[in-house]
Design a protein around this ligand. Structure first.
Ligand SMILES: *[C@@H]1O[C@H](CO)[C@@H](O)[C@H](O)[C@H]1NC(C)=O
Ligand SMILES: *[C@@H]1O[C@H](CO)[C@@H](O)[C@H](O)[C@H]1NC(C)=O
Ligand SMILES: *[C@@H]1O[C@H](CO)[C@@H](O)[C@H](O)[C@H]1NC(C)=O
Length: 505
């Protein structure tokens, strides 16, 4: 099983993590990103599409937009499954064209599977760097128009017959996480080009203070572990919110961070292990294996603090081996820090997207809620980084998340021929249409499907292997039967009409 699974694991969740987290960035950058890279046969790409840099300007300059395509199973009339890789270089997802839920779907539908990169990720660069000036064309509207123009002008080099244009060829946009948002939004904004969509773990509802992110961890994490974290954070906040400096320094010392100047940076450091929850896969659980295990056999707050402290020390050692001290490694307050001045750092692309549009700041819970993240980690910690990274006048004072919710209808969006998939344990479910806070759509009249995969995390329907749960396999099967049905209905409009007409209710 392994190759794709391994590739999948390292990249599925890379960027939608806490934006602006230095420690995470540093740890991620040290990971070996993939095992032995088997080469994808050349006939699948990469290919390059001439994409306008700015769809809404008279200037017709283009950039090379990278994609891969598998046409092996295409039969005339078959659909195109189109996957946009979202906020990460698409290299390691190019394998999806031969081995993935989507490839399987394309094969069964006699269709084509395409993996396209998102602008400003990988080699699909409309501009030379990630300065604010370059990033002006990185936004939702341009990204959606990229997909639309791709659909409109697609000429596949590895298909020797002409592919009829949409809507004759049915495009089904499939996506996970942010790319799931794009799938839903394509169906919303370009219904004449996009026949159906499968958004998986798509946080289509933007929120500014997204403390709910940590709720599923608190609810579904191993009880003893959550109890330990909770009591450590209570202890930590008791000290951080007191006016006395001495105890604060001694506290930070216990976590190996005595020279870290700012309390909110310390709070953010402590939230690092919670990010491991999202990286869980059907085959591995780093949150439990790497982190919760440190609390085994312990029962006092004193011991919990010591164990959490030991763990944090080891993380610091891993992340900060290049810096003089912990403050230099993790301080987010110094405007002259390298993280703010290096315009070639590709992590800036997603940071730009959240700073300008989406927010999703993952914070400690408000006072009236139980929290497993220090309340010193607040929206200000994230928000401060936006002007420091891009310049005060280059980004809005706050992201335009409300406007995005209005424009794309957030979790109120109602669409036909959309198959929504979420994971019960996924932190991002809290901002998806299957959040418990989202409107109840049980009596909405839409031809849509909804599945919450039990005990699953971030778009687990993407995993193909013998070891995935029956519910994942069933869902993959249901996606096929639903799309098959939608295609058949569309191909025989009169029959559908007659059926509906005869139905007594
Ligand atoms: C596809 O990947 C899965 C693991 O995700 C593996 O079990 C399977 O052998 C792979 N199939 C092919 C044809 O490479
Ligand atoms: C069009 O845009 C390109 C790339 O941004 C730029 O180099 C070029 O000068 C522009 N052309 C005009 C006529 O403004
Ligand atoms: C923390 O690390 C120290 C030094 O390695 C060790 O002696 C101690 O037992 C550890 N404590 C816990 C709770 O793991």
């Amino acid at each position: 099983m392994s190759l794709l699974l391994v590739l999948g694991v390292s990249h599925l969740t890379s960027a939608l993590y806490a934006p602006g987290s230095r420690i995470r960035e540093k740890i991620e950058s040290k990971k070996i990103t993939s095992q032995v890279k088997e080469k994808l046969p050349e006939k699948y790409g990469p290919y390059y599409f001439d994409q306008p840099i700015d769809h809404f300007s008279l200037n017709t300059s283009t950039f090379k937009h990278r994609y891969w395509a598998n046409t092996d199973h295409y039969k005339q009339g078959g659909p195109v499954i189109l996957y946009n890789a979202g906020e990460t270089p698409a290299d390691d997802r190019s394998f999806y064209v031969i081995n993935s839920t989507m490839a399987e779907l394309a094969k069964r539908l006699d269709g084509i599977i395409i993996v396209m990169e998102h602008r400003f990720y990988g080699t699909s660069m409309p501009a030379p760097d990630f300065s604010a000036k370059s990033l002006v064309t990185l936004n939702t509207k341009q990204a959606l128009e990229d997909i639309a123009s791709f659909i409109k002008d697609l000429k596949l080099p590895n298909l020797d017959i002409e592919l009829p244009p949409a809507p004759e060829t049915k495009y089904i946009v499939y996506g996970g996480s942010y790319s799931g948002n794009l799938a839903a939004w394509m169906r919303l904004k370009y219904p004449h080009l996009v026949f159906a969509a499968v958004p998986s773990s798509a946080p289509v509802h933007m929120s500014y203070d997204f403390y709910q992110y940590f709720e599923p961890i608190r609810k579904y994490g191993p009880k003893h572990c959550i109890k330990a974290i909770h009591s450590v954070i209570l202890f930590v906040d008791h000290i951080l919110f007191s006016p006395l400096e001495g105890p604060k320094i001694r506290l930070k010392e216990r976590f190996g961070a005595q020279d870290l100047k700012h309390d909110d940076d310390f709070a953010e450091l402590l939230s690092y292990p919670l990010g491991l929850w999202q990286a869980m896969t059907p085959a591995s659980n780093p949150f439990v294996e790497e982190f919760c295990s440190v609390f085994e056999g312990l029962s006092s707050v004193h011991d919990y603090v010591e164990a959490y402290g030991n763990y944090t020390k080891s993380i610091i050692k891993k992340a900060c081996d290049k810096e003089e001290n912990v403050n230099e490694c993790m301080d987010t307050h110094d405007p002259r820090g390298k993280m703010y001045t290096d315009v070639t750092n590709e992590n800036r692309a997603w940071l730009w997207q959240v700073c300008t549009e989406y927010a999703y700041w993952q914070t400690g819970a408000p006072l009236w809620k139980s929290t497993i993240v220090s309340r010193k980690l607040n929206t200000a910690w994230f928000q401060r980084q936006c002007p420091l990274t891009f310049g005060e006048h280059e980004v809005p004072r706050r992201p335009i998340w409300r406007k995005i919710n209005r424009e794309y209808e957030g979790w109120y969006v109602s669409l036909d021929r959309v198959f929504w998939i979420d994971g019960e344990y996924d932190p991002w479910r809290e901002d998806s249409i299957q959040s418990e806070s989202a409107p109840d759509r049980s009596d909405w009249e839409e031809d849509a499907k909804y599945v919450v995969l039990p005990k699953s995390v971030h778009h687990w329907d993407f995993f193909v292997s013998e070891t995935v749960s029956e519910s994942i396999k069933n869902t993959q099967e249901q996606v096929y039967t639903s799309i098959r049905k939608w295609i058949d209905e569309a191909d025989q409009p009169s029959a559908t009409f007659a059926m509906k007409y005869q139905s007594p209710n």
